[in-house]
Ligand binder design. Structure first.
Ligand SMILES: Cc1ncc(COP(=O)(O)O)c(C=O)c1O
Length: 426
């Protein structure tokens, strides 16, 4: 195995052919590259910056902020959370306008929606969730359960797969108020069956809240079509919103009159500047806002959303998610094939689904030495991430990732494993 650029490894040769045939290859140049990073394999954790974001941010400072100052609230900023929410809805999560808003972090929006859902089912005492969900989802849920005297019924799914329809059917019942699940599992990358699970939860009379952090921007999510009730998702992964970018929340329109969120702030009221005595929630999705919208943090994701739209082709208004999903599958296939051909002999195992229909945009590999090897890769400018106990996540953000950089990164990993094996033999 070699990373010498003059003699391509077999994987690098295959990658070059795939890049040459990739209809989305040209998008990679639209992201800011850095010479220290030779292979970025963690777009599912923090997306790369879009180059246009430089101009957008300086435009905000020089023109809107400096020039319009407080007037910009009335002119554009006040509606930015719902305008941006509608764009995310249209391009990335299959939500008609008026149901999505950008505000707060994923954790805070989870809190608001969990509380709101429980209040909407006051006679039901149980929440259904799974032990493999991301820590913040489990922690928020435990906090709200303690606060409201509810019981959590935990599903313990196969960690290499994810929560199945049958598991939800067996756990949700007449006392279930809410089912909270991740659409794409953060460890394995397994895609839960949103439509079937939502239907099963509804049969039990429960609401469903989907965490879309690992789906939005990489998978064709259809919230309206699947009948989902509630959703949250972060924007710093596949929407390239930057570190700490605010999250979004979705509430299906049919619930707008029944859902009440618990953090009653002035900017979620119908007329904030009336400075009224009593809280009167804004009609529609705006009610989810509590305080001043994070306008600065809402800028970078707009450039990625524009690229997602552009990836859809010439017709404006279309979304590029279908094309992005096709490339995502080609990238994850590439990683799985590589692992089988070049890494399995060192004891590396693929724990993500092999079935493309239920595989998200990252592949998790396991090996007992991956904590140490992830650190060694980072030193070489190859950046995956490590998830305990022994998982290396290879996150593949389709518009910013070339097959060549994936091959290069994996070749370095194979080289490190080979070196360890040789040292051990010797
Ligand atoms: C599934 C999931 N939910 C939530 C979060 C994070 O929540 P927050 O944006 O509040 O940090 C992550 C972060 O990686 C995640 O993967």
């Amino acid at each position: 195995m070699t990373t010498n650029p003059t003699t391509l490894s077999p994987a690098a040769e295959r990658a070059a052919a795939l890049d040459a045939a990739d209809p989305l290859a040209r998008f990679r140049d639209r992201f800011v590259q850095h010479p220290d990073v030779v292979s970025y394999l963690d777009g599912n954790s923090l997306g790369r910056p879009v180059a246009a974001t430089r101009e957008r941010l300086s435009g905000l400072v020089e023109t809107t902020w400096a020039g319009r100052l407080i007037r910009a609230w009335d002119e554009t900023w006040m509606d930015e959370p719902t305008r941006l929410g509608d764009t995310i809805g249209r391009l990335a999560i299959g939500a008609a306008p008026g149901q999505t808003v950008v505000a707060d972090s994923t954790s805070v929006l989870l809190y608001k929606l969990v509380r709101a859902a429980l209040d909407a089912r006051p006679d039901r005492r149980e929440i259904v969730a799974d032990t493999e969900n991301f820590p913040t989802d489990r922690f928020i849920l435990e906090g709200v359960a303690a606060e409201t005297g509810r019981t959590i019924r935990w599903i313990e799914p196969d960690p290499a797969a994810g929560v199945s329809v049958d598991e939800v059917r067996a756990t949700a019942g007449p006392d279930t108020a809410l089912v909270l699940l991740s659409h794409v599992a953060f460890k394995s990358g397994y895609i839960a069956d949103m439509a079937a699970i939502t239907a099963v939860a509804h049969e039990a009379g429960a609401l469903v809240l989907w965490d879309l952090c690992h789906s939005v921007g990489s998978i064709d999510v259809r919230l309206d079509q699947t009948g989902a009730d509630l959703a949250v998702g972060c924007t710093y992964k596949y929407l390239n919103g930057g570190p700490g970018a605010p999250a979004f929340a979705y509430v299906a329109e049919r619930l707008h009159d029944t859902i009440r969120q618990p953090i009653q702030g002035w900017l979620g009221t119908a007329d904030p500047f009336a400075m009224t005595e009593a809280y009167a929630p804004s009609p529609g999705i705006r009610q989810l806002i509590s305080g001043t919208p994070p306008i600065v943090g809402m800028q970078p994701m707009q450039d990625m959303l524009a690229l997602i739209e552009e990836a859809g082709g010439e017709r404006s208004g279309t979304t590029g998610i279908a094309a992005i999903r096709r490339k995502s599958l080609a990238l994850t296939d590439f990683v799985i094939d590589y692992a089988d051909e070049h890494l399995a002999r060192f004891g590396v195992r693929v724990i993500s689904p092999r079935d493309p229909a239920v595989r998200g945009s990252h592949v998790t590999l396991e090996h007992p030495d991956f904590r140490r090897l992830t650190a060694a890769l980072w030193e070489r400018g190859v950046i995956p991430d490590f998830r305990p106990p022994q998982g290396m996540r290879i996150g593949l953000s389709p518009l910013s990732t070339s097959f060549a950089e994936v091959a290069l990164g994996l070749d370095v990993l194979a080289e490190l494993l080979e070196r360890d094996a040789t040292t051990a033999d010797g």
